[in-house]
Design a protein around this ligand. Sequence first.
Ligand code: GLN
Length: 534
Amino acid sequence: MATKYIFVTGGVASSLGKGIIAASLGKLLLSRGLRVTIQKFDPYINIDPGTLNPYEHGECYVTEDGAETDLDLGHYERFLGIHTSKANNVTTGKVYDTVIKKEREGAYLGKTVQIVPHITDEIKRRMLLLGNTGDYDVIITEVGGTVGDMESQPFLEAIRQLQWEMSEEDLMCIHLTLVPYLAAAGELKTKPTQHSVQALQQAGVHPDIIVCRTEKELSPEIRLKMAHFCNVRPGRVIQSIDAWSIYQVPVNMHAEGLDTMVCEHLAIEAPEPDLGALKDFLSKLKTPETTVNVALVGKYVELQDAYKSIEEAFVHAGVANRCKVAVHRIHSEFLDESNIDAKLEGMDGILVAPGFGQRGLEGKIAAIRYAREKGVPFFGICLGMQMAVVEVARDLLGWSDAASTELDPATTHPVIDLMEDQKRTTAKGGTMRLGAYECSLEPGSLAAEIYGTELIKERHRHRYEFNGQYLSDFESVGLRASGRNPQTGLVEIVELPEHPFFIGVQFHPEYKSTPEHPQPVFRAFIKACKDSKK
Ligand code: GLN
């Protein structure tokens, strides 16, 4: 079978959940035994989202091979249980970068370099890249942004050309729109969908299926009306009604017939999807035996997407422990010794989040002290681990000015310091320690018990590290370095064996958690929270 290409575009509004629809379709096709991957094309000019802050872009997701990517790749990995890579997230910036470099090398000598055909050719090349590996039956491509935006036009032009270059059976386009309910009129409104499909067709791309986000059921009449006005076959307008969990969406999409229509259109012969494991997960998610309250201490409390993978990892770990994890976001910037008891009271566990920069750091340190002194389960990720080291240095070693040099470059106790190769690095884009590295766990440690093995691989995104010069000082007050990089010796995990559950990890375990394989540290942390409740 030739590789099949499915493009997912969106219209009317952003944040409709295109990534969830793409991931749900991917899950359904994968569950039919097909080899599937999903890629995202983003219309902004940054080379990658690594230089964007969470206010602009939510969480920055990191792949195994060290790409800093859009958070939708997190959904793809969680829904499909696959690994994505650098090739799975392409931005306008990357496309132009390639074309401009080629121009300087003389690849287009004598020619005027233009959006069409040079930029669109490069977009097409990248759209087909993963398909050409022969590793996949189906490539789903999500196009970021909203149809009608100036930035998306070259991407739509590339799809338009591919529609003519490929056979009808090898390519299709799914368009996601919003059908708003106007309470005052008591009606669902189809006009925004009609306009959005018009904009898509003006670009020469015709949708084969329209998926409508809606709060209320779409009647057969309204579906037929949209099919007529939007130039698609009757029956090819389906609804994606607000779901109680994002993991319910694949089940809903299957009930709407999405994967069946796709297989029909692309002439794919595949058995019905096996959704047994997903349904089992959903039924456990719906019927928790108890609730644990977890404080998520960070500085982006108001941003829904800033800690996406952490929140999802809690959902997975909750199901594994048969409990609901109620996440309470606590703003680290407004946390200090005077209010900490009131703010953290009743929490069964405390997670201190990753982050960058000085803002809110003292609040994170205060939360760690609280967890350490009161015996509340503690889990620190990246900056959260680094601040645990600072807290122990200040309080147990008595080095009152101990700090990360990110926080205080002049400290006399730089217990967290810039990594050696970072000291020579000035450029900010893609220059952190990124992606998966091995970590050896010390036999008998909490970490080794959690993972049940002695060699793990987790993903990183940082510039600073535990300053190995102080290791014996830390050991003298009971802080154990239980995970080290086998090649460099870099400390990746610290723990306090005297505490019921106190662990800090330099890496980001949240990126690898999926419903079917909850991440071990998250699972153990939630178990500790549940136990501490008793
Ligand atoms: N700012 C810290 C560093 O660069 C931590 C990064 C993070 O939490 N991802 O090392």
